[in-house]
Design a protein around this ligand. Sequence first.
Ligand SMILES: [Zn+2]
Length: 57
Amino acid sequence: MATMRYMALFSELPRCDSCERRKILPQAGAKDLERLTGGRLVAFECPTGHGWHVRLR
Ligand SMILES: [Zn+2]
């Protein structure tokens, strides 16, 4: 199941030192999480160029 796979991967992701230690994702992964959570998580690009993050809406 896609959601379970993402949650397993999510726990392994590196964290961003510039963004409150948020998880670092590729853009496609961040967008997928936004879609899989029905928009509960919102994808946004890291302002310091470390990839993409998600935050709670
Ligand atoms: Zn960041």
